[in-house]
Design a protein around this ligand. Structure first.
Ligand SMILES: [Fe+2]
Length: 293
């Protein structure tokens, strides 16, 4: 019987060259002959828009992306590894004075909510106010990537939504020294990507989806629940598991994992931050975990 020391090192293997993943070219469209066109002519159906918003993005999967793997630096690899080990819905040692956000919105912005990603294929019951946006836009400008892409006529990056809105600057109040004002919290994570408050009505939902599942991803998500998000008011599910929510607490949420949400009451508010995926920002998450040794 041999000993551990008898084990020979494995034969030298050659590492395959890193290849860029190529996406297949779109197939050439085959034009039908005039005769075939006559035979296959079908009466056009009137377009249905279930959202009630004429600006709605058309069709299913409007926000879908098909990003896969691309070059990932060692820094980002380390950052992703660190995030993947802490969990998927992790409370941070940061609390925001959600009462003061409500106060500011009630004083000045209560009539300013705009539809969040209305789609023609379903009714819409979600609104939002932007905290950061594209240069020249404001707190009522489209907060979702598909809507912004439709408005600008070109693909838009998360990092372009970097300008603080009036709402961002007005939310500078706190009545509790253990809680930050929303502005103070946002300032600490600058430069930010697209950041906004979602307001779900009764039945307002997001279907199961993943955000930025490709590698590398431009941003990761921090989320804070602000109003009407109690256990019987609002559900956020990671896969099939309902998350425990403390209102006002900031969470790192792994939104690459399939998640879905639904509100059972009106005026259920939560805050979404797109934080650039950098080593420094991931370091900040680790240093602010609520539960530590
Ligand atoms: Fe999401």
């Amino acid at each position: 019987m041999g000993t551990l020391f008898d084990i020979k090192p494995p034969a030298k293997t050659t590492v395959p060259e890193t290849k860029k993943i190529k996406t297949p070219l779109p197939k050439k469209k085959i034009e039908a002959t005039p005769e075939a066109k006559v035979e296959t002519k079908v009466e056009a159906k009137p377009e249905v828009n279930l959202s009630g918003n004429p600006e709605a993005v058309i069709g299913v999967g409007a926000s879908g992306t098909r990003a896969g793997m691309d070059f990932v630096s060692n820094d980002i690899m380390a950052a992703e590894l660190a995030l993947s080990t802490i969990g998927n819905f992790e409370p941070l040692d940061i609390r925001i004075d959600h009462w003061k956000i409500e106060e500011v919105i009630n004083e000045k912005y209560s009539n300013d909510w705009v539809d969040y990603l209305p789609r023609t294929d379903r009714p819409n019951n979600r609104k939002s106010l932007s905290l950061t946006t594209i240069p020249g836009w404001n707190h009522q400008s489209p907060p979702s990537l598909p809507e912004a892409t439709k408005n600008l006529g070109r693909p838009v990056r998360e990092s372009e939504f970097c300008v603080p809105t009036d709402l961002y600057n007005d939310c500078d109040r706190t009545g509790d020294p253990s809680k930050k004002s929303l502005k103070a919290f946002l300032d600490e994570w600058q430069p930010l990507g697209r950041s906004f408050i979602v307001n779900s009505g009764t039945g307002g939902y997001f279907v199961p989806h993943r955000d930025h599942p490709g590698m590398p991803r431009p941003c990761f998500r921090l989320v804070c629940f602000l109003k009407n998000c109690g256990p019987m008011d609002y559900d956020w599910l990671m896969d099939d598991r309902k998350a425990n929510i403390e209102v006002g607490r900031v969470y790192y949420v792994n939104t690459r994992m399939t998640h879905r949400t639904i509100s059972w009451v009106d005026d259920s508010w939560h805050l979404i931050l797109n934080v650039p995926m950098t080593l420094a920002n991931v370091d900040k998450v680790l240093k602010n975990l609520q539960h530590r040794h």
